[in-house]
Design a protein. Structure first.
Length: 368
């Protein structure tokens, strides 16, 4: 079976996040940009992948079209055992264009699609190629967007709990917001705080110490720059809180640097960024070896979310799947993998990633 084509589809779906806002730098993001990667074969089977693309969808599409697709067209479709070598070769061929960022986002999309295909060939869900399913459903946490005002943070937290979520993540940078959230949800609900890399070491240590009484499960990415693992390790040792990071890291090699530095208690591989399922599995194995917990980064709405669910289902480690807390204008999966009234997401049991993307939704929200 040969790969006949690799296509990138840019899908843009509007959303409403209530009091929250989603920004990249100074720019507000009013819609969800998704780059869906379609791998076609001469057998008629199709695999679906997902390449990270919040504000870089056109650039990610170009990387798929110009760099990744030519590496894959005309090649034999690898089985599960052959995907790592196949992808290693592509990484080697494209290393001149960067080992992180856009190049790896595009590579990730192809890798996810190949794992989807490998499972479809055997007519089994992806998790069956990796191990036994230990969790047919995975608890989700509501990943709130940036709100700011403590009273609004508290109200959004209470609303999320009423909708069934059993854990909350904030994207806030003030202690007032953190304590408002804790007071709103009570002592028994897991609370996480994602800062998105704003502070130097001393300020991050001070912030962690000030938040200790609110008992967050972890403080996520408090330090700029995100690759300063030595400073992150110092914040972890002196701040008194667990530290999570990894959504900005690519490949197992950078995760090894992070973990070896003692920078994190929770590693956060993002399947649409790190190199796909292949690299994610390497990172998971390394985390187990070094005694680091996994807390995958997964605020997606495309195939990357399904891939993360499949990967998390083979680990009975109590981890949560991250879900952006927002109302979308449409869903590629017609709501089939939304969190239920108990805050759980069912792992789809169909072949491959488990569900087919809705072609009507893809066409309606396609960006030319």
């Amino acid at each position: 079976m040969l790969i006949t084509d690799v296509r990138a589809h840019h899908i843009r779906i509007p959303y409403d996040a209530g009091a929250g806002s989603f920004k990249q730098g100074a720019s507000a993001i009013a819609a969800l940009d998704i780059v869906v990667v379609e791998v076609s074969t001469d057998s008629g089977l199709t695999g679906w992948g997902d390449a990270f693309s919040y504000v870089c969808a056109k650039t990610t599409c170009a990387a798929i079209d110009e760099m990744v697709a030519p590496q894959a067209r005309g090649q034999q479709v690898p089985d599960a055992a052959g995907i790592p070598a196949f992808m290693e070769n592509i990484q080697r061929n494209l290393h001149l264009f960067g080992r992180y960022g856009i190049t790896m986002f595009a590579i990730s999309g192809l890798d996810i699609a190949l794992w989807d295909l490998a499972a479809r060939v055997q007519s089994v869900p992806l998790h069956r190629l990796i191990g036994a399913c230990k969790r047919p459903q995975v608890p989700a946490y509501a990943s709130l967007l940036r709100i700011g005002a403590p009273e609004q943070v508290a109200e959004e937290c209470r609303t999320a709990l009423r909708r069934g979520y059993t854990a909350i993540k904030l994207h806030e940078t003030t202690t007032a917001a953190v304590f408002a959230a804790r007071q709103a949800i009570g002592a028994g609900v897991p609370l996480m705080v994602d800062m998105n890399c704003p502070l130097d070491g001393p300020a991050a240590i001070a912030f962690a110490q000030a938040c200790r009484a609110a008992a967050p499960m972890f403080l996520e990415e408090p330090v700029w720059p995100p690759e300063d693992f030595a400073t992150l390790a110092e914040v972890r040792s002196k701040g008194g809180l667990n530290i999570a990071a990894g959504e900005n890291a690519c490949t197992v090699h950078q995760f090894r640097q992070m973990m070896s530095a003692g920078a994190v208690s929770h590693a956060q591989p993002s399947v649409t960024k790190v190199g796909g399922v292949t690299e994610y599995l390497k990172i998971a194995a390394l985390a187990d070896e070094l005694g680091v917990r996994l807390a995958p980064h997964s605020p997606y709405f495309g195939p990357g979310l399904l891939a993360t669910l499949q990967l998390m289902s083979v680990r009975d480690d109590g981890s949560f799947i991250e879900v952006f807390y927002m109302k979308r204008a449409a869903c590629l999966w017609r709501g089939r993998i939304d969190a239920d009234g108990s805050g759980n997401m069912a792992v789809p049991e169909g072949p491959g990633l488990g569900c087919e993307p809705d072609k009507e939704v893809m066409e309606r929200y396609r960006v030319a």
